[in-house]
Design a protein around this ligand. Sequence first.
Ligand code: NAP
Length: 367
Amino acid sequence: MALQPDNLREHVSLARYSTMRLGGEARYFAEVRYEEELKNAVAWAKEQKLPMIMLGGGSNTVITDAGFAGLVIINRITGLRKGPAGVGEVLVTAGSGEIWDDLVAYTVEQGLSGLETLSLVPGTVGAAPMQNIGAYGMEIDQVLEHLEALDLQTDQVVSLTPVECGFSYRSSWLQTKLKGRYFIMSVTFRLQDFAKTLEMERKIKPPYYTDIADYLAEHPVAAPTPQVIRDAVIAIRKRKLPDVATVATSGSFFGNPILDAAAFEKLVAEHPALNEPGAGYTQKPYWPMPDGRIKVSAGRLIEMSGMRGWKDAETGMAISDKQALVVINEHAESAADLFRFRQKIVDRVYEQWGIILEQEPETIGAE
Ligand code: NAP
């Protein structure tokens, strides 16, 4: 028989565990720091026949007003270690409850390359593989070696390779067909020892995304080391994105729609404006992907629908005036307000462009 988790609490408001700061209660709630605490909490919830979810930093999660009628496990499993992997490569393993940016800072301080463009992405290490986080041309599946997880079906700790995680653009099987099967405990990355890697073999090299190229043009350096790229990304993100510590937001709220070539041609034929960079931009709002499909910027669609900086008095929600993909809770009273605001945005983009935007953060609880 499993013991009741040491720090079990009941009827805990989840609003402070989501960076959107909305949402109802967890019926049961426990924080776990070690593998054994996690295993025990899971065994206890199974005995009680309770559903379970694990939350990390709450930055990619929106919680409904109904909350969660089972056990919410808050991940506090920490630890950072590194070891050799081969010539010019190093393996770094991080506990899944580590803050993602603390991991990036650690790897950059060690002179390692592979995560630096992912500086300041909010959330925990364990949340990162779920949606295969990416920024400025790097996605973590390019450097993820394996991850360790508790398999909730077998109660065994398993090691999953990238292939077994089914990574794709901003997604993985961990949040689709394997959803709810695993609790990630640690993630191991294969990173490059920057000083020992030839320029042509580096994963992060020119051509850089426009924002980074512009930063480097303004701050010229002899060689863009991981630290230089991290500094650039931090400066760019601070300029464009609100800090989740002071502003209630889940960051990017919609995924970029990906269209096949025929759908994209039809869209551009109907809306020739999409073939222009648009005021204040040097690039058109879409990019071809290696598989032939076209990724359209959700933020630019929202902006071109006239909603950048919109403050909606009815719901207390707003769209950032710096980055139209960022939805902010200014003074909403409930998650229902957020969902009403989301619908207004989705409807307006659909009316104007015929594209249905999809929410990026995961919803917990019934809407
Ligand atoms: P941005 O640089 O203004 O770019 C807007 C969109 O255009 C992004 O979706 C980006 O695609 C695409 N894009 C821009 N330059 C591109 C290029 N040279 N080649 C291909 N695609 C290009 O984006 P932002 O909103 O300020 O965000 C900065 C970076 O952080 C982006 O890479 C964004 O995706 C990333 N980000 C990731 C997450 C996440 O992992 N959940 C959340 C927020 C932001 P990509 O998305 O493919 O980069």
